[in-house]
Design a binder for this molecule. Structure first.
Ligand code: ADP
Ligand code: MG
Ligand code: ZN
Length: 476
């Protein structure tokens, strides 16, 4: 029997508000434990929630960015359960009437581009955090309790771990562009639960799903799902049944392990929160949010192609990472040629970032550095080849292109007499190759250019070398 996988993702995005969703405590990351708390987010009896308007605004913007239908009326529900990080004994969420319905996320894999449909987006408050490994017992930090979240729920429409990874990368890019969430997975601003099932190829009935919780990097999501698919296949082949459960991914061992059997939604006894009125959103408000929304990835890609004449491929690579696209635009603003700048960013810069396992902002590398380097190449102060070396030094050690070229004596030699002398020496040293040239094997030019460049440490102006060499060989 051949099986195929079905995957649906639930992604929690932390909204970029200054204060929490139902109180005025700050949401800042890294504060002292329990410092950002008050009677509301500590769940004191009698304390009443007051909805944060900015949180709703960001949720509306997210919904627009993902093509959702923003609902004119949504309802706050209590999701009841006990856990030490949840002092009220319930989480305020949205159940039967969420803020957004439908929508889609564009994804691009090696083989195809398509849209993954969304079921819904609902708003909710985050719980606190338990710290287990410090001293006896466990510690509770409620700084995070009440942080505004949007839960973005996909339809079970993803087929492979790669598609799930592409979905998450695309979603991360969109939330960053829309400026609603910082998209930082390590800090938990974007958290993903993956639902995975398998079914016989072509079958219309979905298999029993297993939920993998709290995956905090794209790489782990892909690995966890791939492992889970194989585990389920092996189980079915051995005649076992898949049980609906929640599993955790152990990234050290590369396996998923059972955590608990999965509750059904009726176990939570959802009911409308009597402390909060329904949320009414006017068309006017939606329009205002739409107008405030920054340029989104797809629009930016089109603009890069139309206004800056980038190829579709280059535009897509650049826009996939907002920081990279910003870097590119800044470099162009500083006077660099768009096509050259995009090439340097997509090859040299991305390679260095990859090797250093750094993201652009942490690297400290600036558009000014790149633009200045390109100016030196354009004005033939250095060759393209030397520029690559200068780039590496600039990236790794800092400094401006000009300083490095000056300090290391990398200026291109355009002095024809110096070049002429070198060519004469090389021609003299290689009579056999000169003979070949005379017999019409012009390919041997490459050999001479190589020797000359080697002798001049790559600093000779290649155009002058080529012109002079041809003349001198012909008259040799
Ligand atoms: P629950 O009530 O258990 O949270 P939902 O119906 O809300 O379940 O679905 C949660 C997520 O699981 C959604 O992203 C959905 O696409 C996905 N999902 C639902 N059924 C399946 C299935 N059989 N296989 C894989 N994913 C599924
Ligand atoms: Mg769910
Ligand atoms: Zn508070």
């Amino acid at each position: 029997m051949e099986y195929e996988a079905v995957i649906g993702l639930e992604v929690h995005a932390q909204l970029k508000t200054e204060s929490k969703i139902f109180c005025s405590c700050p949401t800042s990351f890294g504060a002292k434990q329990n410092q950002n708390t008050c009677e509301v987010c500590l769940g004191m009896p009698g304390a009443l929630p007051v909805l944060n308007k900015s949180a709703v605004e960001l949720a509306i913007k997210l919904g627009i960015a993902l093509d959702c239908a923003i609902q004119e009326r949504s309802i706050w529900d209590r999701k009841n359960y006990f856990y030490p990080d949840l002092p009220k004994g319930y989480q305020i969420s949205q159940f039967s009437h969420p803020i957004c319905l439908g929508g889609q996320v564009p994804i691009k894999t090696e083989t195809e581009s398509k849209f993954i449909p969304l079921t819904r987006i609902h708003m909710e408050e985050d719980a606190g955090k338990l710290i287990h490994d410090e001293g006896e017992g466990s510690l509770v930090d409620l700084n995070r309790a009440g942080t505004p979240l949007c839960e973005i729920v996909s339809e079970p429409a993803l087929r492979t771990p790669e598609e799930a990874g592409a979905y998450l990368r695309s979603l991360r890019s969109i939330v960053r562009y829309a400026d609603v969430c910082d998209g930082n997975m390590e800090q938990g601003s974007l958290r993903c639960d993956a639902n995975v099932s398998i079914k016989p190829v072509g079958s219309k009935t979905l298999g029993t799903k297993v939920e993998i919780k709290n995956l905090n990097s794209v790489k782990f999501i892909e690995k966890a799902i791939a492992y889970e698919i194989e585990r389920q296949k092996a189980a079915l082949l051995e005649g076992q049944e898949i049980v609906q459960e929640t599993r955790l991914y152990d990234s050290n061992k590369g396996v998923t392990v059972s955590m608990r059997s999965k509750e059904d939604s009726h176990d939570y006894r959802y009911f409308p929160d009597p402390d909060l009125v329904p949320l009414n959103i006017s068309q006017d408000w939606i329009t205002r949010c739409k107008n405030e929304l920054p340029e989104l990835p797809q629009a930016r890609s089109t603009r890069f192609q139309n206004e800056l004449q980038l190829s579709k491929e280059s535009a897509e690579v650049l826009i996939a990472d907002k920081d990279l696209a910003d870097f590119f635009e800044e470099t162009v603003k500083l006077g660099a040629d768009a096509s050259k700048a995009s090439n340097w960013i997509m090859t040299e810069l991305m390679r260095e970032l990859n090797d250093a396992e750094q993201d652009l902002n942490a690297s400290g590398f600036t558009p000014t550095q790149l633009a200045d380097l390109l100016k030196l190449v354009d004005s033939a102060v250095i060759s393209g080849k030397i520029a690559k070396d200068v780039f590496k030094i600039m990236f790794r050690e800092g400094g401006s292109a000009e300083e490095i070229v000056e300090q290391k004596g990398l200026k291109q030699v355009s002095d024809t007499s110096v070049i002429q002398n070198t060519i004469a020496e090389i021609i003299k040293a290689h009579p056999e190759q000169v003979q070949e040239f005379k017999e019409g094997k012009t390919k041997v030019m490459g050999f001479f250019v190589g020797q000359i460049m080697k002798k001049m440490q790559g600093k000779a102006n290649p155009q002058i070398v080529n012109e002079l060499l041809k003349k001198m060989l012909e008259s040799a």
